[in-house]
Design a binder for this molecule. Structure first.
Ligand SMILES: [Zn+2]
Length: 294
């Protein structure tokens, strides 16, 4: 019953967004296999079961970024035990979606949980944290920037504005020159714009550019759902989103119908390896039209 409720919530949101990868409901059957990709000696990307999870092994404990779909918290914790005997002390969520925060409820109650302040507000609306009696909810928040730990173990959290949601955190590991970007950069695709949680098609390009300009000393990006990317990939992705907005805004101003734009818009040749789903294209055009008052 409890699982069904969570699932229904996720499907409802997914349907609103016309069914997209970031909202895929959790698999009902089969073993939960967590795949490990080593990013640096003490930083791992855990794949499967929802968004990519980062595991950062510090001197005194383990910092985890994102906890996947319902039922995947324990498999994450089990996999971490294979990597290090150190206890998990800190969990950070990049944003509110069920495929990034649901596993939180399976983490020990002693673990500190930190999110951007709008994400905490969004998480408070999620049934899974009502059913858990608040276990797994954020304990601390930040607004624009927060630093946790020091020296080689330092983690910097940033918020640069609305995009995928209104609480997309960028989690930087300065010593390793790596950032976890979450779903504001889920991969080379048209972004999912979750307007129910404050996402914005008008602002996402600028937000991505602000992150690219504002974060220094990073060369590797852990994406929300794709492979590792480079800092240049982020610059390109920011420009791609700005180009999309420019095209759609021009069409809206010129009086073109939203469906016509969705039916005719083509990605520029310079963007290699991008996936453009028709349904996402249609939704994102509609989101921008609504935001610009058309
Ligand atoms: Zn998401």
């Amino acid at each position: 019953m409890r699982r069904a409720t969570v699932l229904c919530g996720m499907i409802a949101v997914g349907a609103l967004s016309l069914g997209v990868a970031a909202f895929q409901p959790p698999a009902q059957q089969g073993p939960k296999v967590v795949e490990v990709e080593k990013v640096k000696d003490n930083l791992f990307m855990l794949k499967g079961g929802g968004g990519n999870t980062a595991v950062f092994v510090t001197a005194n404990g383990v910092t985890v970024v994102d906890a996947k779909n319902p039922g995947w918290g324990q498999p994450i914790l089990d996999k971490i035990k294979e990597l290090t005997p150190k206890p998990v002390t800190l969990l950070i969520n990049t944003h509110t979606h069920g495929d990034h925060v649901s596993g939180n409820v399976e983490f020990p109650a002693t673990v500190d949980i930190v999110v951007q302040e709008n994400t905490k507000t969004n998480m408070e609306k999620m049934p899974i944290f009502k059913e858990s009696g608040g276990k797994g909810m954020a304990k601390r928040t930040f607004k624009d920037k927060m630093t946790l730990g020091s020296g080689k173990d330092r983690v910097d959290l940033y918020y640069f504005g609305r995009g995928h949601t209104n609480g997309d955190a960028w989690i930087v590991f300065p010593e390793l020159r790596v950032v976890h970007a979450g779903d504001i950069f889920s991969g080379k695709n048209l972004p999912l714009l979750d307007t129910n949680n404050g996402g914005s098609g008008v602002e996402i390009g600028d937000t991505l550019a602000k992150a690219h300009d504002g974060i220094k000393g990073v060369d590797t990006i852990i994406t929300g759902h794709s492979t590792l990317m480079t800092w240049n990939d982020l610059a390109e992705y920011a420009q791609f989103n700005k180009d999309f907005l420019r095209d759609v805004r021009a069409a809206a101003t010129g009086g073109k119908a939203a469906d016509d734009v969705a039916g005719t818009w083509k990605i520029a040749d310079k963007y290699k390896g991008y996936t453009i789903q028709d349904a996402r294209l249609k939704t994102n055009v509609q989101v921008v039209y609504k935001e610009v008052g058309k």
